[in-house]
Write a protein that binds this ligand. Structure first.
Ligand code: ZN
Length: 312
């Protein structure tokens, strides 16, 4: 267990003394896979009063790596013929092109795309993209100009090519806290002038839910402060799904949750049936079906998220 920084009370992000407190606690592991690798009674979250960022203070890098390898080992994947119609990525792509133009011939780096990533969806708007990525999994669709750079980006070891856009969809909260600053500095160095980073992260602090393997917990103020300190310009930053009754909405009654689970089970069943039958159906039908059923009208999730675009 790494207690070095707790005992000395130094923030791994700002390196300041005596600015750390234990405001939040990890929840119990919510599935049996996590239970094997994670002990919420021993793992601490520290919050920095200077950075306004909270982070996991004592997780072992090797253990984290083992956990990801374990959960990805037996995951099966059926390729989707119209993977561009993915709600999450469609919504992100629309957000991006609402704030900046998606230029032609750009070099895009995605951190942790899993088997799909944002590329198919961005190609709806800009065909000419050179795509680089880091992930333990391999991309399962076939598009031109895809280059895998490695299993995960370690800013202490890997050197990045020059890039124009970095895409981080639900990955920034998984970065090993002690690597955060060196990683962002490496991004800044690799980005061409006016190069951008798109970030989407869950807003866990708003829900007051702290689940492994999330390691860093952000709020707007801390995010802005961090990126400005590293010389980035903030193009946009938004809280999504934080208004209305969504905060209380998470404490829904048992009954509503069951109804919801049944509904999403039905959707999952429908989706897996579709993935099997799509092979035999004409393009026109599949495209229409995929667009209608997999692109949501509104944010792709009901959970609160933060989206941000920054520029070099
Ligand atoms: Zn700090």
């Amino acid at each position: 267990m790494n207690t070095k920084n707790i005992s000395k009370n130094i923030c791994v992000i700002c390196n300041e003394y005596n600015c750390l407190e234990e405001k939040f606690k990890y929840n119990k592991p919510d599935n049996s896979d996590k239970q094997k690798f994670f002990d919420n009674t021993k793992t601490k979250i520290l919050s920095c009063s200077e950075c306004k960022i909270s982070y996991c203070a004592n997780i072992n890098k090797k253990k984290l790596d083992d956990f990801y390898n374990y959960i990805y080992k037996n995951k099966k994947y059926i390729p989707n013929r119209f993977s561009e119609f993915n709600s999450r990525f469609f919504s992100q792509a629309l957000y991006f092109i609402n704030h900046c133009k998606l230029e032609s011939d750009i070099k895009l780096l995605e951190i942790g795309p899993n088997v799909q990533g944002v590329l198919p969806t961005l190609k709806v708007f800009q065909e000419n993209i050179h795509y680089f990525y880091y992930d333990q999994k391999d991309i399962q669709h076939t598009k031109k100009n895809i280059y895998k750079l490695g299993t995960y980006f370690d800013p202490n070891i890997n050197e990045l090519p020059n890039i124009d856009l970095i895409w981080m969809s639900h990955t920034l909260e998984h970065i090993y806290p002690e690597d955060l600053i060196i990683m962002l500095k490496a991004f800044y160095k690799a980005l061409n002038p006016k190069g951008k980073i798109f970030i989407e992260i869950p807003f866990d602090i708003h829900r007051n839910i702290f689940n492994f393997p999330h390691l860093i917990f952000f709020e707007r103020f801390g995010l802005e402060k961090l990126f400005k300190a590293l010389n980035f310009k903030i193009i946009s930053i938004s809280y999504i799904n934080t208004d209305k009754s969504s905060k209380n909405g998470f404490k829904k009654t048992f009954e509503t949750n069951i109804r919801k689970n049944n509904k999403s089970e039905k959707m999952n069943l429908l989706k897996s049936m579709y993935l099997i039958f799509q092979k035999f159906l004409p393009d026109k039908f599949v495209k229409k079906y995929a667009l209608k059923n997999f692109v949501k009208n509104g944010p792709s999730t009901e959970l609160p998220i933060i989206r941000m675009i920054v520029e070099k």
